[in-house]
Design a protein around this ligand. Structure first.
Ligand SMILES: Nc1ncnc2c1ncn2[C@@H]1O[C@H](COP(=O)(O)OP(=O)(O)OP(=O)(O)O)[C@@H](O)[C@H]1O
Length: 649
């Protein structure tokens, strides 16, 4: 019993660190191989405080968490700022882990490599379990907040995240700091549970264990890593009788998971009744192998090796099947009840939130926040005396390729301007320069008289320009609603603490309101009924509409649409023309439209700029452009008689 208790307490301690790492590695996709160092910092800080200074456990743990967070900021800033590739970042964290170990081996207060023996046993299964529950709750709340959605967005597509105003560095640093904090807590609990720590405990194996938990459990899931790390701790213990063979099995399991499910067992999903059979299969295999190991251990000397291996294998297969089928049956039997249960739970929760809000809402603050949100979606008022956008002598080269060459044009308030040209003529590059994806070589981009040159993409977006992409860049594993909600992040400014704790009277009304606003935008593009669908499962045409809704959530004054009708059939293109015309009128927008479907361009653009080899070759109304010999020549590749190709001119 004490042995089982020890295994589960250990598992709970490592789960705390893994949940934290899931927020970092799982969602941002950056691998850390040095998280044991944060556990060491938390562990040593807490242990030194309780051991030498007789500080109670809770403040000692908090001090450990704070120090881990501070160190993560010092490490995170230089490494994340230079946008290290994931593998280089992993190597940097590996070096950091080793450096901390060496430091601990040489400091006097940590008593060097001998470590700290005789730490008071202040952590027990009960308080460790409570800390684990608290950690899961905090992580879950965080991920369902604006802060969490920003991190998920960065992990799925950093360019698209920047294009909705999410700054990469502060958010990546935040997720690293959170993961370091939980690792620190986990280290503090470990020190006070096993009552002895030395630098060797916090080695690369420990870092790999928690990273493997996240990778195998699910990159983008909390429950997946929970199960994975619990199994990683429990399985080797169950197989202890098999001595070194258990390590081979453990390694084999890792290889199988990484090869067959690169996104981990649960990928971007949390465990629910739909994917529960998968969980039962894993449990079945674990139990099956455990029983098999015991059979072999017990009977190998009576039955001989070969019959024992056969019996063990038979038992493993039989038990795996029985547990996994029982699980399948149980999950489908529970489904109807679960639907009813979750409905009544959400009704109960809504009532409880409403009661809380009524009793406690600081109305003034909420009003201010809700008004800010409303303002964000208000119709834009246009100043007709100025061009919205003025591009002057813009140039951009990629090596020897001149993508944009001394290009100048203006966009007037409230117009839909078509930007057309043959393939490779530089249209998308113009959008990339306006939105700050690439730095310009020379020229100026004036938006409402303000020069955008040198501004970071997020500042450009937040100043009122949003865009869609030629190759759709949605946050594929988020739902349709979450895609739009993520782009509404600047609208509600609740604090990080509120996001973690999710006070019903502060965050929830904001989240609720944000959801409503997102639904309104989905309604505008006729996607309301798909709100809960995972974005990447939408048909292509609808994904394009979702990108438009997401761009609108930023309440832009200028909208850049990059080939919105690409890949659409004529009926879908017609619907798109209707949609663009509708949002243009409804939101008083100024739009630049890149498009190859000439029917779309000629239908809705008031003016058209034509570029070829990065230079402007024509500008005018659709009628003028259709009759322009230079344009016909650019498209048809030869000198042409205008009358032949455009008889109405
Ligand atoms: N990141 C880059 N690195 C190198 N060359 C690039 C890059 N982006 C664009 N180019 C080059 O710049 C030129 C213009 O490309 P761009 O994508 O802007 O054209 P486009 O008019 O949008 O083409 P299409 O209609 O086919 O989308 C092309 O020759 C392209 O190969």
């Amino acid at each position: 019993m004490a042995y089982a208790q020890a295994i589960f307490t250990n598992a709970a301690i490592y789960i705390i660190a893994t949940m934290g790492l899931a927020i970092f590695t799982g969602y941002t996709g950056l691998f850390s191989l040095g998280h044991a160092a944060f556990m060491a910092i938390g562990g040593y800080t807490a242990a030194i405080l309780t051991y030498f200074f007789k500080v109670p456990l809770l403040p000692a743990l908090i001090a450990g968490v704070i120090l881990s967070v501070l160190v993560s900021v010092i490490i995170g800033y230089p490494t994340l700022r230079v946008k290290l590739r994931s593998d280089y970042f992993a190597i940097a964290t590996l070096g950091f882990g080793e450096a901390v170990k060496v430091l601990l081996e040489n400091l006097e207060i940590t008593q060097g490599a001998r470590g700290l023996p005789g730490i008071t046993k202040l952590a027990d299964p009960f308080n460790t379990f409570l800390f684990m529950i608290l950690t899961i709750w905090l992580c879950r709340n965080f991920l369902h907040s604006n802060y969490g959605r920003k991190i998920i967005a960065i992990g799925q597509d950093p360019v698209a995240a920047e294009m909705i105003g999410i700054r990469l560095l502060p958010n990546q640093m935040l997720s690293l700091a959170i993961s370091a904090g939980f690792a620190g807590l986990s280290g503090g609990l470990l020190a006070h549970y096993i009552t002895f720590i030395q630098p060797a405990i916090f080695n690369m194996d420990l870092s790999s264990l928690i990273t493997a938990g996240v990778v195998c459990g699910g990159m983008g899931s909390l429950t997946g890593p929970f199960v994975a790390v619990a199994l990683f701790i429990v399985i080797p213990e169950l197989f202890r009788g098999l001595a070194l063979w258990r390590l081979v099995m453990y390694g084999a399991l890792l290889v199988v998971i990484i090869n067959f499910r690169p996104k981990g067992l649960f990928g971007y999903e949390e465990i629910n009744l739909n994917n529960a059979p998968k969980l039962f299969t894993i449990i079945g295999i674990t139990v099956g192998l455990t029983v098999a190991a015991s059979i072999y251990n017990e009977y190998a000397s009576y039955w001989g090796r070969f019959p024992s291996v056969l019996a063990a294998l038979a038992a493993a297969v039989a038990i795996s099947f029985i547990v996994s089928y029982a699980g399948r049956w149980l999950s489908s039997a529970l489904k109807p009840f679960s639907a009813k249960f979750s409905k009544s739970m959400s009704a109960f929760y809504a009532r409880y939130v409403a009661a809380f809000q009524k009793a406690f809402t600081p109305t003034r603050r909420l009003e201010v926040q809700l008004n800010a949100l409303k303002e964000r979606l208000a119709v834009v008022r246009l100043d007709h005396s100025q061009p919205v956008l003025k591009i002057e002598h813009l140039s951009k080269k990629f090596g020897g390729v001149v993508a944009v060459n001394d290009l100048s044009f203006e966009v007037r308030p409230g117009e839909i301007l078509g930007l057309i040209g043959p393939n490779g003529s530089g249209k998308t590059t113009v959008f990339n320069l306006i939105s700050g994806v690439y730095p310009i070589d020379s020229g100026d981009i004036l938006f409402e008289k303000k020069n955008l040159v040198g501004q970071p993409p997020t500042a450009i977006v937040l100043s009122g320009i949003s865009r869609t992409f030629q190759n759709i860049r949605l946050f594929g594993s988020m739902t349709v609603l979450e895609n739009v909600q993520t782009a509404l992040h600047t609208a509600s400014n609740y604090s990080l603490l509120e996001a973690f704790i999710q006070w019903p009277w502060s965050v929830n009304p904001m989240e609720q309101r944000q959801r409503e606003q997102a639904l309104e935008l989905l309604k505008l593009v006729d996607l309301e009924e798909y709100a809960d669908r995972v974005a990447k499962t939408l048909p292509y045409g609808l994904q394009r509409k979702l990108e438009i809704a997401r761009a609108l959530a930023l309440n832009p004054r200028l909208l850049l649409l990059d080939e919105p009708a690409a890949g659409m059939n004529p009926k879908e293109s017609l619907e798109l023309v209707d949609l663009i015309a509708r949002i243009h009128k409804l939101r008083n927008l100024t739009i630049i439209l890149i498009e190859h479907h000439m029917d779309v361009v000629m239908n809705i653009c008031e003016r058209i700029v034509v570029i070829n080899f990065g230079s402007k070759i024509a500008e005018g109304t659709p009628q003028e452009i259709q009759c322009n010999p230079a344009v016909l020549e650019a498209y048809l590749g030869d000198k042409v008689e205008v009358e032949e190709y455009a008889p109405l001119c």
